[in-house]
Design a protein around this ligand. Structure first.
Ligand code: C2O
Ligand code: CU
Length: 462
């Protein structure tokens, strides 16, 4: 298997951990390539300091990564953590070898090793990154970060704020409880009990008074389907799942919140309050009463912008599927056959198999001669019919390709480009895609307990 892996056993360890100023600090001496060192972390999320977090710095969330549309980006991911790992750039249409899925696209990065990722993105917008090995453990402990691809032309906001939404499952002393339960995994998933944005129970940010702020929200939790709305300032939704809208998405309210499922993102243009100190807030439905996940406070003199100053973002060059000539591929999401045993892999098993796609639970990370769920022809358009025969919702994610929902038996679909579509209970959702990127692409539910107990597979484009 050809590999671009660069092994530096022993030489790296935690050497990158002490730098100041985030990932753009130079990697140890010999190169200027930014480094993400996966490592144990501790941080004050609740009153007590939480230990046994996993991040790319010792004391806080993984940083926002920024790259520029169409410009090559290189990053070294260093395993300073011990357990095997790999990094996936969720939503980016990268070449297969850079997609970060162990066994499928690269070997796992073992303790002390580094892997150099190089890619560029034709698509601007809000994406994110997370490991694709031992995901339940590493993601639930914090290893999820926002990745921004800046438009080739600056869209001219006065502020740009990223909110990484995720839960932690903490006990009364602020330490991790079981990250998941078998009961949860076999149903809707195990919810966290501490909702956070940027690892804070209420994230505090500022933006110029009367300014136009871009607020990017990424749902990186392993389970929670967020129900969000906004307060304190007017605005509009300008992008979903990275891509500028083709069809408007209504501004949500408490009565009609925006569903944002694990893996999804939303970008807002917000007209900040003119009065210094007033705040725009992000609210989420939560047990009991609504939670304020983030507040963006107006700061300084009123810059006097209006919402009409917002210039629409240019469309990304996602190849348009040809619906007239599309072929149909069907996928059924449901329980696993009763006799299916969990399959061992270096990248972790939860010890159960509850779920399947097309009645075939995932063959395991290290499966040899893995059978794809479907083989798509490069350059051909497809309708992927996603049918949910389970009573639980599944955010269905496809790597390497961008698709758009075209119809559902349950609701009106808006048809915006995405990489993660929420499939509701009893729903059959058709999505259209042009098979434009060759490779074996991971295809799975983004509720990690579902993914890791069978709800995963591979779609081949060749
Ligand atoms: Cu966000 Cu296969 O992942
Ligand atoms: Cu699921």
């Amino acid at each position: 298997m050809p590999t671009r892996r660069e092994v530096m056993v022993g030489a790296v360890g935690l050497a990158g951990a002490g730098f100041a100023g985030g990932i753009f600090a130079a990697a140890p001496a010999r190169s200027a390539v930014p480094t993400l060192t996966i490592q144990p972390a501790r941080a004050r999320i609740v009153e007590e300091v939480t230990e046994a977090l996993v991040s790319t710095r010792p004391d806080g969330p993984p940083p926002v990564i920024r790259l520029k549309q169409n410009e090559s980006y290189t990053v070294d991911v260093v395993n300073g953590h011990g357990a095997p790992t790999a990094m996936h750039w969720h939503g980016l249409r990268v070449p297969h070898a850079m997609d970060g899925v162990p066994y499928l696209t690269q070997p796992p990065i073992r303790a002390g090793e580094r892997f150099r990722y190089t890619f560029s993105s034709e698509d601007a917008g809000t994406y994110w990154y997370h490991p694709h090995c031992l995901t339940m453990d590493q993601m639930a402990r914090g290893l999820t970060g926002v990745l921004i691809v800046d438009e080739a032309e600056d869209p001219g906001f006065d502020a740009d704020i990223s909110l990484n939404l995720r839960d932690f499952r903490l006990d009364g002393d602020g330490q991790f409880m079981d990250l998941w339960t078998a009961r949860g995994a076999a149903r809707g998933g195990t919810l966290g009990n501490v909702m956070t944005a940027n690892w804070a129970t209420t994230a505090e940010h500022t933006a110029p008074s009367g300014g136009l702020a871009r607020v990017r929200i990424a749902a990186t939790d392993v389970t929670r389907i967020y129900r969000l709305w906004f307060d304190g300032a007017p605005g509009q939704i300008i992008a979903m799942d990275g891509h500028p809208l083709r069809t408007p998405v209504p501004w949500p309210s408490e009565g009609a919140p925006l569903l944002l499922s694990p893996g999804q993102r939303v970008d807002l243009a917000v007209l900040m309050p003119a009065e210094e100190g007033s705040a725009f807030t992000v609210k989420a439905r939560a047990p009991g009463s609504p939670r304020t996940l983030a507040a963006v406070r107006a700061e300084g003199a009123n810059v006097g912008r209006t919402l009409s100053d917002f210039v629409e973002l240019p469309a990304n060059p996602v190849p348009e599927p040809d619906l007239e000539n599309a072929q149909l591929e069907e996928f059924v999401f449901g329980w696993s056959p009763q006799d299916a045993a969990p399959r061992y892999g270096l990248c972790g098993t939860l010890g159960y198999t509850f779920w399947s796609i097309n009645r075939e639970p995932y063959q395991g990370d290290a499966a040899e001669d893995l059978t794809p769920l479907a083989v798509l022809k490069l350059g051909q358009s497809y309708v992927l019919r996603l049918r949910n025969e389970s009573p639980n919702a599944h955010p269905v994610h496809l790597h390497g390709l961008t698709f758009r929902p075209i119809r559902s038996n349950k609701r009106e679909v808006l048809g915006n480009w995405t990489d993660t579509a929420l499939l509701g209970r009893g729903e059959t959702l058709d999505v259209a895609v042009l098979a434009s990127n060759p490779g074996d692409w991971a295809f799975h539910c983004h509720i990690i307990e579902h993914q890791k107990t069978g709800l995963a597979g591979v779609i081949r484009v060749e």
